[in-house]
Design a protein around this ligand. Structure first.
Ligand SMILES: [Zn+2]
Length: 217
């Protein structure tokens, strides 16, 4: 009888602890390192009047962190204010705090203010390439602009980080249309970019097959 009671208690506790997989979010317990590009004396692109790329990157990074944390994950901001960091500062901090993945947020800039597309950059294949492809796909699907594809770029931060890492040039801040959206004070475009990045992370953590190079192009 005692043994039976013991087994019953174990059973009840097991049932209480059981969480169906469907209610568990993809980001539950995941730690995402978020690197807002540039900062301080390095404003990044200054082709959008009234908004530095560095400030827009940080705004999007903070929104992405909020989305991740609303979903049970942890978002760690590599840069959490307007100050200068070298690439080494960034990857050293990333590797020191550790995380499942690293997302470096940038907005592209060019002198031609009609140019606009989204592009994903990776450093190492396949470590960063697969992750970059999954996140980029989400941005290409959701941002309503041309798909600039995925290309290799030996970014210091992405290259030296231990975890799968990606640098996303989400939109061209220099584009007249994007600049107008990003400076309309609603924050809507920043939120759209953060949401697309977040969806890319959900997709990545949802699909273990994404780790298999043969499964994805
Ligand atoms: Zn940049």
């Amino acid at each position: 009888m005692k043994k039976f009671t013991f087994i019953l208690i174990i059973l009840v506790f097991s049932l209480l602890a059981f969480k169906p997989a469907s209610t568990q979010s993809a980001l539950d317990g995941k730690k995402v390192l978020i690197d807002a590009g540039h900062g301080g004396s390095d404003p990044g692109s200054t082709e959008c009047s009234g908004l530095y790329e560095s400030d827009a990157n940080l705004d999007i990074a903070q929104r992405l962190k909020a989305l991740i944390e609303a979903d049970g994950g942890e978002g760690f901001l590599i840069r959490d204010g307007d100050y200068y960091m070298t690439n080494a500062d960034r990857y050293n901090l990333a590797n020191q705090v550790g995380g499942d993945v690293l997302v470096s947020i940038h907005l592209n800039g060019w002198y031609d203010h009609d140019m606009n597309y989204t592009q994903g950059l990776y450093a190492k294949y396949p470590k960063d390439y697969l992750f970059t492809s999954v996140v980029h796909e989400s941005l290409a699907d959701e941002l309503g602009i041309d798909d600039g594809g995925v290309r290799q770029f030996a970014s210091g931060v992405v290259l030296k980080s231990d975890m799968p890492a990606t640098l996303q040039e989400a939109v061209f801040i220099s584009s007249t249309e994007e600049c107008a959206k990003l400076t309309d004070d609603s924050g809507d475009r920043q939120q759209e970019i953060a949401t697309a990045l977040y969806h890319g992370l959900v997709e990545w953590f949802n699909d273990p097959q994404a780790f298999n190079p043969g499964k994805r192009k």
